[in-house]
Each structure stands twice: as structure tokens, then as C-alpha cells.
Design a binder for this molecule. Structure first.
Ligand code: NAG
Ligand code: NAG
Ligand code: NAG
Length: 393
């Protein structure tokens, strides 16, 4: 205790700095390990850990082990097992893309951030799977009144009716947050495959005949309203001529803009130039012109699909202003907001704190040495640096 007092002084000071920074990290962030480390050390995430060790995902592993903010949706071992996905081919592009679809770069999304929904870009940007105007394929996150969080609301590609659920939320790590999920999140399919899976055969037939399907299927960025088979089979629709049908089908698509959040009162120009779509939202039900939305936010490789109960007809031209495609879209809503600034602030403050602490420690050390030198030696002219620690009592 009494022996190297100034060494102890520095030790205590540094300890305080460390405790302070650790507390800061722990209070703000919970875990004191990176996302990658957490996955490596958690039994029920060992399949994910194994996949992340494949060379094709080395960059993602590096990111998850860095200081850059990420939100990761981590499927359990059981989720991978029940997905039936062949993971022995984990070096293949499919598995690599699949895992990238579970990672949201540059932000830390906590359950409290969902009020009640959020659309976020992921790291899945492979041009064979994603044709969106702004970044990687999105995840559609939704929180129920009870606080349960689901992903892609079960409609994502018409393959499944069960939404992916978060079973353990907000595992905060030093570089972001992990949410453990009960199923693997499958990337969205093309419009064609999705419509097919949902049995929307009339839409496929009619838009193929009108030479519009391949266009709708591949355009970059699209919002499409797909009427049910019943809607197309109504006599007034069946009797429409083929030229009018083309125009009518174009009214069902908004090109270049992906609208994930439809707001009451919105007016947007359709791909049938000059003809607009008018939206109304009442008691959580969305209406567009004469149609009612039956299934919403079905994600596609190139946008989003809504299934509607009626073939849309043009408005008679009165009321509402047509909003240009570029200014109104779902991106304003929960998109690209907040980002990394909070995280940077914390990291910056901690680094600043540590550096400041070291400077203060060194300064205090010098002061202490100077003080001891003054006190101990009668003929003082020693510069503080010449005092040897080991010679002190
Ligand atoms: C995963 O395992 C950890 C302990 O290793 C446990 O605390 C946690 O509840 C498990 N989570 C799930 C979703 O099974
Ligand atoms: C996909 O994102 C990565 C970074 O995560 C970037 O290096 C690459 O250029 C992007 N690819 C495309 C096709 O945008
Ligand atoms: C639809 O687009 C996808 C690419 O997104 C393509 O692979 C597929 O062949 C297209 N299908 C049709 C019928 O055009």
C-alpha cells in the first residue's frame, strides 16, 4: 500500500477511467463483446457462427467484429434446421446472400424504435436478387400492441404464411444489437414468382398478354397493386377490350417508387401517365381508388406488392393533386433516419474520455513526481523524468 504510492495513484486513476468507460459502454450498450463474439460464444447460434466462418462471408464477419454499427437478426440453430436450406453449400452465393439479408448496416435498431413499423435496408444487394432504387433489399419490421415483433409479415414471397418472429430481442453488443429469430428470413422473389406462389394467375395471364409482365417483373423500383382472380373475372372487366386493358393494367403500377407506407390522402401518379391513384386509410384498412387492399407489403425483388379486391378504375379527374413519384415514398418514413450518429457520439465520447484520462494521468503523475521531488530532496534540480520508479521507497 505504502510502497509505490504514485504508481498506485496512476493505477487507481486508470482504473477509474476504465470503470467509467466500461460503465458508459455497459449502461448504453449492455454487452461488452462484439456481435461476432456474442454469436461465437452462444450455443444456440452455433450454426450461424459456423456459416459466418465461411470465406464467402469473411467481409460480413469482419464487419460484425468491428466498431461499425450493425443490427443483426440471428436465426437459431433450430431455425436453420427447420428451413431445410442446404447449408453444406455455405460457400455458395445463395447462403451468403441469405445471411446478408439478416444484417442492417449502420444502425442499431432496438425494439423501442418500432412504433409500430419500420422499413430498413439490409446488406443484401446482389444484383441478381435485388432491383431497388435505394440500396439493399429491405426488411419490414412490425411491432404488435403486445410488443411482439415480426418480420416481413408472412407475405414476403407467398411461400409462407408465418411471419418470422423475434424470440429474444435487444441483445446489445459493443457494435450494435442482435435480435434472435425463430425462422430464417427468405429474400423476396420476383413479381412473377410471387404472384404465381399466391395463385394470382389472372394477373399473370392478362399482363403477359398485354406484354407488360416482363416489364413489371424487372423494372427497378415498383409499387404494384395486383387484383385477385375474382376481381378480374367480373363481367365488366372481362368485357374490356385489349387496348383498354393495357392502359388499365398500367394504372396498377407506380414505377420508380417503392411505397411501403401508404398514408391517408396520398395521391400518386400511376405508370399510365396522367392517371393517378388516390389512397385512403380507414381503421387500418387501405383503399386505393375503387379497390380495397387485402394483403399489404409483400416484398418483391424490385419493390412491393399489394393484393386488392377489385380491378382499379381511373378516377374521374376531380380532387387531389398528383404528387410526383420522386417526392413521395416510403423512404421518408423510418428510412435512413437516425443512422449512426448516436453510436458515433458514444464511441467518440468514450475515446475522448480515455484519451483525456491518459493525459490527466500523465499530468498528475508529473505533478506528483514534482511534488515528491520537492519534498524529498533538498537540492532539487532533477527533472521529473530522471526519477526512477524502482529507486523510490
Ligand atoms: C440461447 O442460449 C442462451 C444461453 O446460452 C439463453 O440465455 C437464451 O435464452 C437462448 N435463446 C434462445 C432464443 O433459445
Ligand atoms: C453491395 O454492397 C457492398 C458493401 O456492402 C458494396 O461493396 C458493393 O459494391 C454493393 N454492390 C452493389 C451491386 O451495389
Ligand atoms: C422475373 O424477373 C426475375 C429477375 O428478377 C427473372 O429471373 C425471371 O426470369 C423473370 N421472370 C419473368 C417471367 O419475366
Amino acid at each position: 500500500m505504502y510502497f509505490f504510492p504514485w504508481v498506485q495513484f496512476i493505477q487507481k486513476f486508470l482504473l477509474l477511467v476504465i470503470i467509467f468507460s466500461n460503465n458508459y459502454i455497459s449502461n448504453a450498450l449492455g454487452q461488452t463483446v462484439t456481435i461476432a463474439r456474442y454469436i461465437q460464444t452462444t450455443d444456440n447460434l452455433s450454426t450461424l457462427s459456423q456459416i459466418l466462418s465461411y470465406p464467402g462471408l469473411a467481409d460480413l464477419f469482419t464487419l460484425l467484429n468491428s466498431t461499425v454499427a450493425v443490427t443483426l437478426f440471428a436465426p437459431t440453430n433450430e431455425a436453420f434446421l427447420s428451413s431445410g436450406i442446404d447449408l453444406t453449400n455455405a460457400n455458395g452465393a445463395f447462403v451468403s446472400n441469405l445471411i446478408r439479408y439478416h444484417a442492417v448496416p449502420d444502425r442499431e435498431i432496438l425494439s423501442k424504435d418500432l412504433m409500430p413499423s419500420l422499413v430498413v435496408n439490409t446488406l443484401l444487394n446482389d444484383s441478381s436478387l435485388v432491383h431497388l432504387p435505394n440500396g439493399g433489399q429491405v426488411l419490414y419490421l412490425m411491432k404488435s400492441i403486445q410488443g411482439d415483433i415480426t418480420i416481413n409479415n408472412g407475405n414476403s414471397n407467398g411461400n409462407s404464411n408465418l411471419p418470422v418472429k423475434i424470440i429474444q430481442m435487444d441483445i446489445v453488443c459493443t457494435n450494435g444489437v442482435i435480435h434472435i429469430i425463430d425462422s430464417v428470413i427468405l429474400p423476396p422473389l420476383s413479381l412473377f414468382d410471387t404472384a404465381n406462389n399466391l395463385g394470382l394467375t389472372q394477373f399473370i395471364n392478362i399482363s403477359t398478354n398485354a406484354n407488360l409482365l416482363s416489364n413489371f417483373n424487372t423494372t427497378i423500383g415498383m409499387t404494384i397493386f395486383v387484383p385477385t382472380n375474382d376481381a378480374f373475372n367480373r363481367p365488366n372487366i372481362l368485357s374490356i377490350g385489349s387496348t383498354e386493358k393495357i392502359s388499365l393494367l398500367k394504372l396498377h403500377a407506380i414505377i420508380g417508387t417503392v411505397i411501403y407506407e401508404i398514408k391517408d390522402g396520398m395521391d400518386i401518379e400511376s405508370s399510365d401517365t396522367g392517371k393517378k391513384l388516390h389512397f385512403t386509410v380507414k381503421n387500418d384498412t387501405i383503399y386505393v381508388n375503387n379497390g380495397k387492399v387485402e394483403k399489404s407489403d409483400i416484398l418483391l425483388q424490385n419493390g412491393v406488392m399489394y393484393v386488392i379486391d377489385d380491378v382499379l378504375l381511373p378516377l374521374d379527374g376531380s380532387g387531389g393533386n398528383v404528387v410526383s413519384n420522386n417526392s413521395t415514398n416510403g423512404f421518408d418514413n423510418g428510412y435512413n433516419v437516425q443512422g449512426t450518429s448516436d453510436k458515433k457520439l458514444i464511441v467518440g465520447t468514450v475515446l475522448g474520455g480515455i484519451c483525456g484520462g491518459i493525459v490527466i494521468s500523465l499530468f498528475s503523475c508529473m505533478l506528483y513526481k514534482w511534488y515528491r521531488a520537492q519534498k524529498n530532496s533538498k537540492s532539487v534540480t532533477t527533472s521529473p523524468t530522471s526519477i526512477n520508479i524502482n529507486n523510490k521507497r
